[in-house]
Design a protein around this ligand. Structure first.
Ligand code: NAD
Length: 250
């Protein structure tokens, strides 16, 4: 077993499901002591440690980050992964929904990072990895609010990387394509024929299938690891080529 994260500690937000859960498990398998911060961490079991917080609520974030740092004995790796979706054009989402999604997806990262920074500053191997999305740059239809939130996550990642590079804190993000998580499962379940919709969705991916949560977790683990010690201010696409390739129609 690879144990390149031996002796390190990690906090993963939104770590009770999907990409966050796969990431928490992989970081743990690779030797890190891992805490999960989530709205509902009741399904989290040892060796992972669960802490309840809403990233949209500053007091709950500060309390959970302090509790997690106390239990872990510090924070070396912060994975800002908690996020929510929204469909529609600018005509479809009322202001309240814009405020809510930006509050969770963007300010959630600000709050958690702000609370974790004193601990990251004490780490000899400090790293932040944000879960962004290909929506940040792809110009996806019917995703105005979600895309704007992830565009902000991308810019925030670069700004944070610049602000903290001299302190030895690396900041990167992953840009997943369409990932087979409970989130996507819930969307497919609303289709008249979920199996047909899933087959169609697979067919729309350049490599013919959805990305797995484990594949995104592997990218996060790399960015968080000592092997990426000179990597900061980058966005790593894990999307089967969705964002970068210009495929000709078949
Ligand atoms: P998911 O719904 O399976 O898991 C999200 C987790 O975040 C849940 O455990 C949920 O309880 C938690 N969460 C949500 N709001 C929270 C809040 N306010 N405070 C604390 N925890 C909260 O979703 P997923 O597909 O694993 O998505 C995780 C991240 O990946 C999100 O940031 C999402 O935008 C991003 N992403 C997902 C996909 C995809 O196709 N699934 C693609 C690109 C990016």
């Amino acid at each position: 077993m690879t144990t390149d994260l031996d002796g390190l500690t990690a906090l993963v937000t939104g770590g009770a499901s999907g990409i966050g859960l796969a990431t928490a498990r992989l970081l743990s398998e690779r030797g890190a002591d891992v805490a999960v911060l989530d709205l509902d961490p009741s399904g989290i079991h040892r060796p992972l440690r669960g802490f309840t917080a809403d990233v949209a609520d500053d007091a709950s974030v500060r309390a959970a980050v302090e509790a997690a740092a106390g239990a872990l004995g510090g924070i070396d790796i912060l994975v800002n992964n908690a996020g929510i979706g929204a469909a529609g054009t600018v005509e479809d989402n009322p202001d309240e929904q814009w405020h809510r999604v930006l509050d969770v997806n963007v300010l959630g990262i600000v709050r958690t990072t702000r609370a974790a920074l004193p601990h990251l500053r004490r780490s000899p191997a400090a790293s932040v990895v944000n879960t962004c999305s290909i929506a940040a740059t792809a110009g996806l239809p019917q995703r105005a609010l979600y895309s704007a939130s992830k565009g902000a996550v991308l810019s925030l990642t670069l700004a944070m990387a610049a602000d903290h590079v001299r302190e030895g804190i690396r900041v990167n993000c992953v840009n997943p394509g369409t990932v087979d998580t409970p989130w996507v499962g819930r969307l497919l379940d609303t289709a008249p024929d979920p199996a047909a919709e899933r087959a169609a969705l697979n067919g729309r991916q350049p490599h013919g299938r959805l990305v797995t949560a484990e594949e995104v977790a592997a990218a996060v683990a790399y960015l968080a690891s000592p092997a990426a010690g000179s990597v900061t201010g980058t966005a790593l696409a894990v999307d089967g080529g969705m964002a970068g390739l210009r495929l000709r129609p078949e």
